[in-house]
Write a protein that binds this ligand. Structure first.
Ligand SMILES: NC(=O)c1ccc[n+]([C@@H]2O[C@H](COP(=O)([O-])OP(=O)(O)OC[C@H]3O[C@@H](n4cnc5c(N)ncnc54)[C@H](OP(=O)(O)O)[C@@H]3O)[C@@H](O)[C@H]2O)c1
Length: 356
């Protein structure tokens, strides 16, 4: 049996999701929503950079809500909560990298009602958040006794992230330190990362202090630095480090950090990624302690990253891999804590043949 899937938005994540849906043996792409009018009517396979597949992209949300489908992979630039509710009420499961990783005590009664009305479930997943900051640390923590600290950290060259408006205007690279200090990123990203922190705390049983800690540090360019958003002038922001933390009686027990640099040269302070380079890291301090480093989710060059960023592909594939499990789950918001283990699938030429 195959599950019928609609792709909602075709940015970097959406295009990678179309590829992943098409190569998954249990999934069939049946619809595609686009935001930009110039994509309306184009073939979804071609939008994703491949062959035509006979699915025309549309910006008619109601037509897609009326379409018979099992799941929507929801990846626009921002989540429209009312839209997610309408999708759920129309009887389609939703998988998304935009939120709902672990609602905890946040008010999600409207989402839960929509899930019950449509008899479907909603799953938030990705890599950061949605993997590195909670799912994988929890798995690793099972091998340690008496855990005192869980850390998840990203080290990335932000020049490979192909979203110039986000990098320049929202993250505020290239602006003055004073302008960058007003960046909404701590709050925007904190929404998801604090869900991850809550999931780790809930599972490990940390008795968290009510107040959470956030830190924002910047490094400025000492010489003009070339970047996809134009030159970063001396004295302007060329690297940023965001940290979200939770404490128990003042002692830090869970940390999430992003290190986003416009390269490693001409920075003040002279931050570097260190000898291990770009990576994602998870560290669990306990008995025994463990550190896991993930390579492979960073592109080999800036040009390659702007073309097809492996971290964006991993985000999409983590969600697409979950679709069959989410479609089979009981209705409601379903997090990693409720769903069975999700795995990838064999390449089509190495998979079991039909009926074998
Ligand atoms: N959790 C994770 O690990 C993770 C990782 C990466 C990204 N994300 C999140 O996933 C989302 C998509 O990321 P992305 O890299 O694909 O972004 P992107 O390349 O910038 O694409 C976002 C898409 O959103 C659509 N869009 C633009 N303006 C819109 C508007 N006003 N209303 C609705 N849709 C609009 C466009 O769709 P069309 O092109 O179809 O017109 C655009 O291509 C972002 O929210 C990002 O933060 C999460």
């Amino acid at each position: 049996m195959s599950f019928r899937v609609i792709q909602w938005a075709t940015g970097g994540v959406g295009r990678a999701a179309i590829e992943a849906i098409r190569s998954h043996p249990e999934l069939e792409l049946v619809g595609c929503w686009v935001h930009s009018t110039e994509k309306v009517g184009r073939d979804a396979g071609e939008i994703a950079g491949g062959e035509p597949i006979g699915i025309q992209a549309t910006n008619d949300a109601q037509a897609l809500l009326d379409l018979e489908a099992d799941c929507v992979f929801y990846s626009p630039i921002v989540a429209d909560r009312d839209e997610v509710i309408r999708i759920l009420e129309s009887g389609k499961n939703v998988v998304t990298p935009l939120g709902w990783f672990f609602p905890g005590d946040r008010d999600v009664r409207d989402i839960e009602r929509a899930c019950q009305a449509g008899n479907v479930s909603l799953h938030g997943t990705g890599i950061h958040p949605g993997g590195i900051t909670e799912r994988f640390p929890l798995m690793i923590s099972a091998l340690s006794r008496a855990v005192t600290h869980v850390r998840a950290e990203e080290f990335s060259d932000i020049r490979t992230y192909g979203a110039p408006f986000v990098v320049g205007e929202i993250m505020r690279f290239g602006k003055t330190p004073e302008e960058a200090a007003q960046s909404p990123m701590l709050n925007v990203l904190g929404g998801g990362f604090f869900e991850s922190i809550d999931m780790v705390a809930e599972s490990l049983g940390f008795d968290l202090d009510a107040e959470r800690q956030t830190h924002h540090e910047v490094a400025v360019a000492t010489r003009p630095i070339d970047s996809p958003i134009g030159p970063i002038e001396p004295g302007c922001v060329a690297a940023q480090r965001f940290t979200w933390e939770a404490t128990v009686r003042g002692e830090t027990v869970i940390s999430v950090r992003t290190n986003w640099f416009m390269g490693e040269e001409h920075l003040d302070p002279p931050w570097t990624f260190g000898p291990e380079g770009e990576r994602f890291e998870i560290e669990v301090t306990g008995d025994p302690s463990a550190k896991v480093v993930f390579h492979g989710w960073h592109p080999e060059s800036i040009a390659a990253g702007l073309e097809r960023n492996p971290g964006i592909v991993a985000t999409a594939v983590h969600g697409v891999s979950a679709i069959p499990t989410v479609c089979r789950a009981d209705s409601g918001i379903r997090t990693y804590l409720e769903l069975p283990l999700v795995s990838g699938r064999a390449a089509p030429h190495l998979g079991r043949s039909e009926g074998a």
